[in-house]
Design a protein around this ligand. Structure first.
Ligand code: KG4
Ligand code: ZN
Length: 344
C-alpha cells in the first residue's frame, strides 16, 4: 500500500491531503487565507507567513482525519513550481524536513501538471489522447495530453490569465477579491448582449489567448459611467456581457483544438473551471460531439493538495522522486513542463 501526504502552498491556499494507493482520498483540507480580500489581491509576504502558521497544524489535522500515523506514510508530494517563491519555499522546506525525519521519499510536483490531471481524482483515468484546459488566476493553458508526462502545449495566454481578467474586472466593478465567483453569480441576472465586448484572438490562427484587450474594453465602458458605486443593473449587465465574451473565447479556442487534435476527452482544471457559464457551454458542446467531459468538483478545480498527492503518487511509483536537493521554480517556462514531450 502507498500512503502519500500531499502539500500545496503555491499561492494563497494552504492545503494538505492524504491519498492511499493513488486513488482513495483519506483526508483533504484546504485553508483559504481570507486576509488578501482586504488588499484586493494576494500579498506574497502575507501568504508565505500564513503558510508557515497553517501548514504544520493542517498536516496534523489531515493525518488525524485520515486515521494515519506519520510512520505509515510512504512518501510526500509537494508543489515545487510554478507559483510565488516565498509560498513555495514554505511547503518545500516543510516537506523536505518531514520526509527526512520519517526517512521517506519526496516528490516535487508541478502545480500546472497537477491541474492537468485533477479530474482523474473523481473521473478515473482519461481516454488518451485528451485535451486539457487549465484556467486559473495564474494560468490559461490548452494542452494535448497523451498520458502522464506526455504533453504538447497548444496555447497559453500572452498577457493576463483568465482568472486574472475576472479579478481585475470585478475590482473595477467594486465586487471585491477574488472576483470570479461574484461575476459568475451576477452574470445570470444580467443581459449578456447589453455590451458587445471583444472575443480576443478568435479570428486568428493558433490556440493562444489574450485577455488584456477585453479587460481594457470593459474598463473603458465602466469609466464612461464615472466612479463607483455603479447602479446594480449596470454591474449585472457588464458582468453578464464580460462573462459571455470570456466563455465564448475559451470555448471557441477549446473546440477548435479538440477538432485539430482529435482528442477522445476534454478535462478542465483551475479555479475558473468552477465558472457556471463555462461549464454549461462546454457540457452542450461536448454532448453535441459525444465527447466525455471531465470537470472536477469546485474543490478539485481550485488549488488543492489532493491533485498534488495524485501526481506525486505517480512520480513516486515511477521512482521520479527527488531528495533534499529539491528546488522551487517560480515560472512555468523555467519549470520545463511546457517543453513538449509529444510530437506535433
Ligand atoms: O486555481 P485557483 O484557485 O488559483 C490559481 O492557481 O490561480 O484559481 C483562482 C482563480 C481566481 O482568479 C478566481 O477569481 C477564479 O479562479 N474563479 C472563478 C470562479 N471561481 C474562482 N472565475 C470565474 N468564475 C468562477 N466561478
Ligand atoms: Zn492553481
Amino acid at each position: 500500500m502507498s500512503l502519500v501526504l500531499g502539500i500545496e502552498t503555491s499561492c494563497d491556499d494552504t492545503s494538505v491531503a492524504v491519498l492511499e494507493d493513488g486513488a482513495r482520498l483519506r483526508s483533504h483540507l484546504i485553508a483559504a487565507q481570507d486576509m488578501h480580500e482586504l488588499y484586493g489581491g494576494v500579498v506574497p509576504e502575507l501568504a508565505a507567513r500564513a503558510h508557515v502558521e497553517l501548514l504544520p497544524r493542517l498536516v496534523c489535522h489531515a493525518l488525524e482525519a485520515a486515521e494515519a500515523a506519520p510512520a505509515e506514510l510512504t512518501g510526500i508530494a509537494v508543489t515545487r513550481a510554478p507559483g510565488l517563491v516565498g509560498s513555495l519555499v514554505v511547503g518545500v522546506a516543510f516537506a523536505k524536513a518531514y520526509a527526512y525525519a520519517l526517512g521517506i521519499p519526496i516528490a516535487g510536483v508541478n502545480h500546472v501538471e497537477a491541474h492537468l490531471h485533477s479530474a482523474t481524482l473523481e473521473h478515473g483515468e482519461s481516454p488518451w489522447p485528451a485535451l486539457c484546459l487549465v484556467v486559473s488566476g495564474g494560468h490559461t493553458e490548452l494542452v494535448q495530453v497523451a498520458g502522464f508526462g506526455r504533453y504538447r502545449w497548444l496555447g497559453s495566454t500572452r498577457d493576463d490569465a483568465a482568472g486574472e481578467a475576472y479579478d481585475k474586472v470585478a475590482k473595477r466593478l467594486g465586487l471585491g477579491f477574488p472576483g470570479g465567483p461574484a461575476i459568475d453569480r451576477l452574470a445570470v441576472e444580467g443581459d449578456p448582449s447589453a455590451f458587445s465586448f471583444p472575443r480576443p484572438m478568435l479570428d486568428q490562427p493558433g490556440f493562444d489567448f489574450s485577455f488584456s484587450g477585453l479587460k481594457t474594453a470593459v474598463a473603458q465602458t465602466i469609466d464612461r459611467r464615472g466612479a463607483p458605486p455603479y447602479a446594480a443593473e449596470l454591474v449585472r449587465d457588464v458582468a453578464a456581457s464580460f462573462q459571455a465574451a470570456m466563455v465564448e473565447t475559451l470555448v471557441g479556442r477549446t473546440m477548435a483544438a479538440l477538432d485539430r487534435t482529435r482528442a477522445r476527452a476534454l478535462s478542465l482544471g483551475g479555479g475558473v473551471a468552477c465558472n457556471r457559464g463555462l461549464r454549461q457551454a462546454l457540457v452542450v458542446q461536448c454532448a453535441a460531439r459525444d465527447l466525455p467531459l471531465r470537470i472536477p468538483s469546485p474543490r478539485f478545480c481550485a488549488d488543492n493538495a489532493a491533485m498534488i498527492a495524485l501526481v506525486g503518487s505517480w512520480m513516486l511509483a515511477a521512482k521520479r522522486a527527488g531528495g533534499s536537493d529539491l528546488e522551487v521554480v517560480a515560472s512555468l517556462e523555467e519549470s520545463g513542463l511546457a517543453d513538449n514531450t509529444l510530437p506535433a
